[in-house]
Design a protein around this ligand. Structure first.
Ligand SMILES: Nc1ncnc2c1ncn2[C@@H]1O[C@H](COP(=O)(O)OP(=O)(O)O)[C@@H](O)[C@H]1O
Ligand SMILES: N[C@@H](CC(=O)OP(=O)(O)O)C(=O)O
Length: 449
């Protein structure tokens, strides 16, 4: 049997500075099976890069943002025992970053934007491999673009698992013999070798894709909380970590707003039955959450999530009465404009649906053209200012009393849309954004405290 393999992913806050990186390096070295490390950019760096790629700036402003990024990287280099070992390579990366930031077409060209966004992970992986090496274990910085094949949808590229598996077997697996491989999350490359990115928070997805490709037994997601909690501990201070979760529950939680995991992470893990562990890189002794196919318990309520900035569209026409094919026409328009529908409720003459607002792109894409297309069919009303609250659990549609307990907890609030029953794992409702924090707190109290 081949050697056991664990892939460890560290998020931005875990790699914010040299001391935090050293804690991460010890986690890696404490487990002999961990031979691939996937890193995010150090905290704050991707946000700076996004502002460079998307905002019109004066030369001076561009310079200031580049300096802020350089300061984060140089503070880490300054703490290395042998800064000279990485300085030249880091200088090359900083030069590439500045050239991209100052490129006259940076605001227009999606390929350049992705190249610029990749710089954070390319720098953090260089520095983190140096930190591991300094703790006495050989480590190499591997360019993930050699293996993480995607389509050419810059900014939100779709990975190609078969190509990733064969490229990883050919090019990445042989490197594991001699050193711990440190590579970049979030970044990929298309068939022409152009740099792509997987969307914000995409490093978790990278780790799961590589774990699938190389049939790793475990994919560890090291972050700033000791596991997946009953709800975001920033919303409800009494939230507590969950010892276990199923792939389905975790996928629902991530899709419906639990930022601790990227929504696509569970797909590769499920396909190749890779167990996923979530824990705190700064307090690994606290343990964490195991996400796997079969859990010991399947409670009706497992967690509550919130997704912010939802957009609700209501389309209405008397022609819908007794008509056939109306919904199909509405959704064809939505699909044509590459929007994704989440919740749907219908009446005889109206349909309301919500559109997620990933990285604010819906607001941009739900443009006049989409609305004009819909208006050829019906009256259209677009409303903003909503959050989506979801209770995640098991057998929710078939157990008695599940919904009444939830509704009792939120009886004093106005719920705009309710979706329940399509899936045994969730119940969702749209609420006014000003109410969502107290709704989550009330629900948490009723279901988990
Ligand atoms: N159910 C949840 N359990 C744990 N953390 C959650 C949950 N929902 C949201 N979060 C938030 O996710 C954050 C971790 O995600 P993120 O900041 O993306 O980490 P990283 O940079 O390590 O990828 C936590 O600090 C927490 O506030
Ligand atoms: N650096 C990227 C990718 C990522 O996954 O980051 P993090 O693991 O810190 O959420 C981002 O900020 O989107």
């Amino acid at each position: 049997m081949s050697q056991p393999l664990t892939i460890a992913k560290f998020g931005g806050t875990s790699l914010a500075n040299h001391a935090a990186m050293q804690k991460c390096a010890r986690i890696v070295l404490n487990n002999k099976a961990t031979r691939i490390v996937v890193v995010s950019a150090s905290a704050g760096v991707t946000n700076h890069l996004v502002s460079l790629a998307h905002t019109a700036m004066t030369q001076q402003q561009t310079g200031e943002v580049c300096e802020a990024i350089e300061a984060i990287e140089m503070a880490i280099v300054a703490q290395l025992q042998n800064p000279a070992a990485v300085q030249d390579k880091l200088d090359d990366l900083l030069t590439e970053m500045r050239a991209l930031a100052q490129h006259e077409e940076i605001l227009q060209r999606e390929d350049l934007k992705d190249q610029l966004l990749s710089m954070g992970e390319r720098m953090s992986s260089l520095l983190f491999s140096a930190v591991i090496t300094e703790l006495g274990n050989p480590a190499m910085n591997f360019d993930v673009r050699k293996v993480l094949r995607t389509d050419s949808e810059f900014g939100a590229a779709t990975p190609e698992p078969e190509a990733i598996a064969s490229l990883s077997t050919a090019l990445l697996a042989p490197e594991l013999e001699d050193a711990i491989v440190v590579t970049q999350g979030f970044v990929g490359a298309d068939e022409q070798g152009k740099t792509t990115t997987l969307g914000r928070g995409g490093s978790d997805f990278t780790a799961a894709l590589l774990a699938e490709a190389l049939s790793a037994q475990v994919c560890e997601i090291w972050t700033d909380v000791a596991g997946v909690y009953t709800t975001d501990p920033r919303i409800a201070p009494n939230a507590h970590p969950l010892p276990e979760l199923s792939f389905e529950e975790a996928a629902e939680m991530a899709t419906f707003g639990a930022k601790v995991l990227h929504p696509a992470t569970m797909e590769p893990a499920l396909r190749n039955n890779v167990k996923v562990f979530v824990g705190s890189s700064q307090a690994p002794e606290q343990g964490g959450t195991w996400i796997m196919r079969d859990c010991e318990e399947e409670p009706p309520y497992r967690a509550i999530t919130r997704r912010k900035e939802q957009v609700m569209v209501t389309v209405k026409t008397p022609k819908m009465m007794y008509a056939q094919g109306f919904l199909q026409q509405v959704f064809a328009i939505i699909a044509k404009h590459r929007l994704s529908v989440d919740l749907v409720t219908t009446s005889e003459i109206a349909v309301s649906f919500t559109l997620d607002n990933p990285a604010n792109s819906v607001a941009q894409r739900l443009n006049k053209e989409t609305i004009a297309d819909l208006e050829t069919l019906c009256d259209v009303n677009v409303e903003h200012g909503f959050d989506l609250v979801t209770v995640v659990g098991n057998h929710m549609q078939s157990a008695t009393g599940v919904s009444s307990k939830i509704f009792a907890a939120v009886a004093d609030y106005n719920l705009r849309m309710i979706c329940f029953g399509a899936n045994p794992h969730n119940m969702s409702f749209l609420v006014n954004e000003k109410d969502s924090t107290s709704i989550v707190q009330h629900l948490h109290k009723a279901l988990f405290e």
